[in-house]
Structures are given as C-alpha cells and as structure tokens.
Write a protein that binds this ligand. Structure first.
Ligand SMILES: [Zn+2]
Length: 432
C-alpha cells in the first residue's frame, strides 16, 4: 500500500503487513463546536485505520485534543478551562455520532505537561532553544534543514509570534509565560506558563509511539507552521519522528454569502448530523479524494443524500437471498484503496457492484466506511407499524384524507410508508 507524503512529495510505500502502522492525526483546538471541515482528518484517520486492519496491519490511531491555546483564552477570557472541557465533550460526542468508532487514544495537551516540560528542557540543554523573560523559543537557525516539510526556504520563512526579544523573527514559542486573564498555567524551570501549540503535538506523539512512527496526519493548513515546527523540534533531539506526512485537503464553501439553506449559518458537524444524518456526512467525504479540497454546501449534500438513498433502496427493494459461501472479492477494492486511498474510486466501484448485484461485496465495502447501516433493513417499531396498518385500512375504505394524515404521522416518527404489490401492501422504510 502506498500513500502520498508531503515530506517526500511523492507516493511512499508502507511497510508490509502487519506493520505496525502507527498514526498520529492532529485533532481540534477545543473552543467551539467542531465544524464539518474539522471532521475530515478524523474521518480519514478512522477510515484508514479500518482499511489497514482489513489488510492485516496492526494499525493504531492517536488523535489529540488541543485544550490549551490562545484561541481558547480569547473565546473565554478567565474561563478557558471550562470552555475547553465543554468543547472536548462536544467533539467526542459529535465524532462518535459519525458511527466510525473512536481512535485508540485521544490525549489532551493539559495531561501531557510533564512530557512537554521535559521535551523543552532537552531542547534548551542542547542549545536548540532559549528562554527570554519566561517565554522559551526554538532557535530556528540551529536547524539547517528547516523548511523541509513546507518547502519554505530557510531565509524566507514567515515571522511567527512577533516578539522583539527573540533572537530571530523565525523563532517560535515552546513555552509562553502566563499573562493576565489566562486562567491556566503550570510551573516550569522558566517560570509559570503554558506550552506553545507545536510542542504539544511532538510530545503527545512521542508519548504514544516513541520517537519514530509511520504516519502523521492533519489538515493541509497545518503544514506551516505547525508541522514544520513539530519536525524541527523532534529532529533537533536526534529523533527521526514521522516517516510519512498525510495532509488532507480543506473543506471550502463554509463562510461568506453562500451559506447553506438547509443549515443556516451553522455548519457545525452537530448540525450536519442532526439535519442530514451521519450517512450523508460520510458520503460527502467518501466522494472526494482525501488530498483534494472539497466545497461544502446544499448541492453536494443533496448529491450525497441521493447516493445514500440509492444504496439503501438497493438493499430495501430487492432482498438478497442466501449469501452463504460467496467470496468477498476484495481485489478490486484493494486496487484503488492501496493506491493512495482513493475513496472516490472505491465509491464508483460500490456503484458498479450495485449494478452487478454483488450483495456481499457491497455490504462488506460499505461497512468498511461506516455505511453498513445502509445494508440493514430496520424493523419499524410497533407503534409505527400500527399507524401503517391503520393507513391501509383507511385506504381500503377510500378515506384518502385520513390515509394522508396517517402518512404524515408516520413521517413525523421518522419512517416512510411505501405502497408495494406484495402483502400487506406497504413497506416501512427508515427515513435518512
Ligand atoms: Zn498537532
């Protein structure tokens, strides 16, 4: 299996199964409800883990929670810890509702402070970092390869975190002295304060995996400065760090004047799940290659919903017979997923399997992406079945107004009643 790496700028072959494949995907800074774009690295990481395991790999996924950060202080002056705790709960709930399971570990930055302080101490001791009035900065000039990930030339690196006391405008903060209004701080040899963002991920990744692991992931917007600085810090201590860097394309169309009619101004993952359902959200991501940007909006959601319905109806309308003994043909799917995890090609294959009525393969394939629910025919609860029975009686009595009213009641309960030729003359279908 091979995937594109930002670091080498080419497709990189992964080791043979069982690996291991250890993956660290940067998670959210928790200061508000996650938006649909924040869900993309989560979904990619969970799908990739599922596929690697299917292929016989020992795959693990660590996805961090950045719960101390300037954005959180700005969003809740004096009460950032409470906001971070609340937003962490939201994130865990919303991502869990995607129905993909959860990462193996979800470390929080605030739980990793001892490792972070130790890491910074080693950088100071080895001359790669220096303290100034309670802040500690990484000395970019000490890393001749700086820019290796983002492709920025060392002499043209953008200034980060302006401070006239820095030796070099390119230097970035490892530790920040506590400021008035910041309600969280920890003791460190350089004074009370809190970690910079980049060192958190280096420390949490190494806490989970040790200094070398196979894949580091995150959104394309994290290449610089976040990941560039992670690499610099870890290499400075003589560590190899992540071998392959996977950066997912950004989700666009979420601001400005073309906001969604169906979602209003709320493009949170929560609202997408509540309004469209998790299957539509997953189908939206499945249809785009992980490296490409995708536009979000009503149009793509309608398209995703249509595909969800197509698969669901396939399993509803024609009941597959006995499937015992049929082999799952994974060769076709492996050909597209092992080649840079091409999910749009996988989706095209699922449609081909549907056309060819390859039930078993399709059920297996959709299940890998958390869409196994589309293949299950759910039984309506007794009260809905009773309404459907009353509607049939109303129709038999040519009380069409009454039948329509009952149809609406059934719809309000989340079900659709479809008239069919076979007895009892209708079928109840879960509405997505
Ligand atoms: Zn990170």
């Amino acid at each position: 299996m091979r995937v594109y790496s930002t670091l080498s700028r080419r497709l990189e072959e992964l080791p043979e199964p069982p690996g291991p494949i250890r993956m660290y995907f940067c998670g959210p800074t928790v200061y508000q409800r996650a938006h649909i774009g924040n869900a993309r690295p989560f979904v990619l990481g969970m799908w990739l883990r599922a596929w690697l395991r299917e292929r016989g790999y020992e795959a693990t996924l660590v996805h961090n929670i950045t719960d101390v950060n300037d954005k959180i202080y700005d969003a809740a002056p004096g009460a950032s810890a409470e906001l971070a705790a609340q937003a962490t709960e939201w994130y865990l709930q919303d991502t869990s509702d995607l129905g993909l399971g959860m990462p193996d570990e979800l470390p929080k930055a605030t739980d990793a402070i001892p490792s972070i302080v130790r890491f910074i101490g080693q950088l100071v001791d080895s001359g790669h970092a220096y303290a100034v009035e309670g802040d500690v900065y990484f000395r970019v000039a000490s890393d001749p390869g700086y820019g290796r990930l983002s492709g920025q030339r060392p002499d043209q690196v953008e200034e980060q975190e302006p401070n006239p006391l820095k030796e070099d405008p390119r230097d970035f903060a490892l530790w920040k002295a506590n400021k008035p209004g910041e309600d969280t701080a920890w003791e460190a040899p350089w004074g009370r304060g809190r970690p910079g963002w980049h060192i958190e991920c280096s420390a949490m990744a190494e806490d989970a995996f040790g200094p070398v692991f196979e894949i580091h992931g995150g959104g394309l917007d994290l290449v610089f400065p976040h990941h560039e600085n992670e690499v610099a810090q870890s290499l400075a201590l003589g560590h190899e760090f992540a071998r392959v860097w996977m950066h997912n394309g950004m989700v666009g169309g979420m601001g400005g004047d073309k906001m969604s009619k169906s979602l209003g101004n709320d493009v949170s993952l929560r609202n997408v799940l509540d309004t469209w359902g998790r299957e539509v959200a997953l189908m939206f991501f499945l249809g785009a290659h992980w490296r490409k940007p995708i536009e979000f909006g009503d149009e793509v959601l309608v398209q995703a919903k249509a595909q969800v319905d197509t698969f669901r109806n396939f399993f509803l309308d024609e009941q597959p017979g006995d499937e015992g003994g049929e082999e799952v043909l994974d060769g076709e799917l492996a050909a597209v997923l092992d080649d840079d995890f091409n999910t749009p090609e996988a989706l095209a294959l699922f449609h081909a399997w549907r056309d060819r009525e390859e039930w078993v393969s399709l059920r297996w394939g959709l299940g890998l992406f958390g869409l196994g629910s589309l293949t299950e025919v759910e039984q309506a609860p007794a009260e809905v079945a009773e309404l459907a029975e009353q509607r049939r009686e109303a129709r038999d009595a040519r009380d069409f107004a009454g039948a329509d009213r009952l149809r609406d009641e059934i719809a309000a309960a989340g079900w659709e009643v479809r008239d069919v030729a076979e007895p009892p003359g209708y079928r109840l279908v879960r509405r997505s």
